[in-house]
Design a protein around this ligand. Sequence first.
Ligand code: NAP
Length: 445
Amino acid sequence: MCSVRVSEAGQTDIQKLHIAIIGSGPAGYYTAEALAAAGDRVAVDVIDRLATPFGLIRTGVAPDHQSIKGVTRRFEKTAKRDNVRFVGNLAVGSDISIEELMDIYDAVVLATGAMHDRSLGIKGETLPGVRGSAELVGWYNSHPDYAESGLRLDMTSMVVIGNGNVALDVARVLAKTPEELSGSDILPDAGQQIARSQVRDIWIVGRRGPQNASFTNKELSEMGQLAQAVALADPGQFPSLEKDDALEPGKRKMMAILRAFTANDAGEKPIRVHFCFFSRPVAILGEDKVTAVKFEKTRVENGAVIGTGVEWDIPCDLVVPCIGYLSSPIGSVPFDERAGRFVNEGGRIADRLYAVGWARRGPTGTIGTNKPDGAEVAARLLAEVTPTGRKGRKGLDELIAKRQIAAVTFRDWEKIDEAEIKAAQGTHPRLKFTRLGDMLKATRR
Ligand code: NAP
C-alpha cells in the first residue's frame, strides 16, 4: 500500500492527480500552467533531461532575440507554484523508462519538442561542411550537446536551405557584427568565430516561390536592417505586383519586404544575403568536404513543387539545411516516423498518456501556439484521468535516490541562473554554462 501524505490544504496525496510532463520547454510549461490551475487536486512534475529548464527558449530561440526569451518569467511563476515541481538532469529513456513513469504517475504528458534535423534525402548530405540547423543553432546557443561542436567560418560562401524563420535566424546571426551581438547570450566561441568570419555570400534558397515562404514579417524585416549585410532578391523571381492583392494582409506585407530587397545594391555592404526561390536541392557536391550545392529550378503548380530539369550550382563550403525538425521516439510509444511526432488524437496517445507542442503537432507555430495547445490537452487530461493511487513524486524521489541521480530542482536552476548572470562579460546578459559538471557545481554554491 502506498503511504498517504496530507497536504496543507487537507488533500491526501493518494487523492491527488499525479502528473509528469516530460520536457520543460514552452509546450511543457504552458501545459503545467493550465494543469496547475486545478489547484490542490493536482501535483505536476516537469521533468527535463537537461539541468536547465525552458527547452527551446534557452537553446533554440536566437541569442540576439532576448525579448522573446522574456516569456521565461511567466514559466518561472508556474515553476514556483506549490503544485508544480521541476526535476532536471533526469533523462527519460536512459535514467528512467517511460513504462516506469507510467507506473509512478496517474498521467504522463510528452512535451519533448522536436530537436532533430529532418533529412534532405540527397547525395552528399553527410559530407563535412553540412551542418543541420539543430546542431548549428545548438552550437551558438550553448546547448550542452553541441556547444563543443565548433565551426570555423573561414569560407566565403555558405548556403542556407529552407524559407522559414530558422533559415532567417541562422543567416542573421552569422551575418551580424560583434556590436549587433553585444546584447546576446551567444556562446563566446561562436561570437568569436562570427567576428572573424570570412563569409561574404549567404544564399537562402527556397524550393517554392516568394509567396510560399513561411517567414514572419518581423524576422524578415530584420534582414533589411543589418549593419554589414545587404539583403538581395532577383526581381525576375517575383510575380507581377497585382498578384499580391489576392494575398492575405500578412503575406502581402511579406511580399512587400521581399520586393524591397530587389532594389538593394549588392555593393552596399560587405556581406550579401541572397534570397533565391524556385530551386530545390538535388545533391551536395564534394569529395571529402562540401564544395557546392546542386539545385534544380522549379515551378509551383497549386502549391506543389515541379522540377524543370534545369540545374544550377552554388559553390560553397558550408551548407545549413533549415528544413524542419523531428521529435525522437520514446520506448514503445506509437510514433509517426514520417511526420516525426507521436501518434495522437487531439493530444491523446493512449490511456493516461498525452502529447503537447511539437511532439503532438510537429514543428509548426510560434511559442505562443503552445498556450492554447497546452490548455486544450490539460483540460482533456483533467476530464479523462482520475487519481489511481499511484505514488507520484514520492515514487520518483525513491527511484532518483535508488539510482543516485543528481536531479536538479528549480532552486538549483536559480543558482545556475544567478551564476551565469554573474559571469556575464561586457554587455552580454549572461555566460551560459555548457557542461553539466559546471552547472552542478553552481547548484552547490
Ligand atoms: P518551416 O517554417 O516549416 O520552414 C521549413 C522550410 O524548409 C520551408 O521553406 C520548406 O519548404 C523547406 N523544406 C522542407 N523540406 C525541404 C526539402 N526537402 N528541400 C528543400 N526545402 C525544404 O520550419 P522552420 O524554419 O524550421 O521553423 C519551425 C517553426 O518554428 C516554424 O513554425 C517557425 O515559424 C518557428 N520559428 C519561429 C521563430 C520566431 O518567431 N522568431 C524563429 C524560429 C522558428 P516548403 O514550404 O516548400 O515545404
